[in-house]
Design a protein around this ligand. Structure first.
Ligand SMILES: [Zn+2]
Length: 141
């Protein structure tokens, strides 16, 4: 299967604001509750655990561990507005040091090359022409 195309540099507009910082490589921004310590992604307005609104945005580490994954083989229903024609893509949850699990696209869509526990890094990929989103790709040794 064809991996998602890497973005040109610099990338275009994001699918949503506040998902990642402008660092190189990009790092996802998570919210850390200053009252109870819970992390969440994306940065929430209030903590899902204790309802506090005292949330600090923090860079997640550049790499994490693939916690689970699947391959999206059919076009999702609206509000999906990704690139046409639809192409299957990997999707998974990445564990960032036990702080938070983040769902996102995987650059790899071949199930033979995906494994729970593999090290992945955050990258940016084209979501639809001119718009970018974060994704995860295997860390090369
Ligand atoms: Zn909290």
């Amino acid at each position: 299967m064809t991996p998602l195309a890497p973005p040109p540099s610099p990338p275009g507009p994001a699918v949503a604001d506040g998902l990642w910082s402008d660092s190189d490589p990009p790092r996802l921004l998570a919210g850390c509750c200053r009252d109870c310590g819970a992390y969440s992604f994306p940065v929430p307005d209030a903590c899902a655990r204790c309802s506090s609104v005292d949330i600090a945005a923090e860079n997640l580490p550049p790499t994490g561990t693939l916690w689970t994954w699947t391959v999206q083989r059919f076009q999702p229903k609206e509000p999906f507005d990704g690139a046409e024609p639809f192409a299957p893509y990997g999707v998974g949850y990445v564990d960032f040091g036990g702080k938070v699990l983040v769902e996102g696209r995987l650059v790899e869509s071949d199930p033979r090359r995906l494994a729970i526990g593999m090290r992945v890094e955050t990258c940016l990929v084209m979501y639809r022409p001119g718009t970018y989103t974060y994704a995860f790709r295997e860390v090369q040794p």
